[in-house]
Write a protein that binds this ligand. Structure first.
Ligand SMILES: [Zn+2]
Length: 60
């Protein structure tokens, strides 16, 4: 399908005004201070939340 009429420069720009990407949010691990994704286990120490700590071997 092909547009029936060319969209104006302003209309195209107005549509793209919502297209910007935002950087990935990270939080500091309260256990070791490393950056980690929120609601995820820390890559360095495995800390998730008080009372829950995951043990895993580093694969990367
Ligand atoms: Zn940590």
């Amino acid at each position: 399908m092909v547009p029936q009429q060319r969209q104006s420069r302003t209309q195209g720009r107005m549509r793209r005004s919502h297209d910007a990407l935002t950087a990935r949010r990270t939080v500091r691990c309260p256990n070791c201070g490393a950056h980690k994704l929120p609601h995820a286990a820390c890559r360095d120490c495995g800390y998730v939340r008080p009372g829950l700590k995951l043990e895993f071997s580093k694969e990367d």
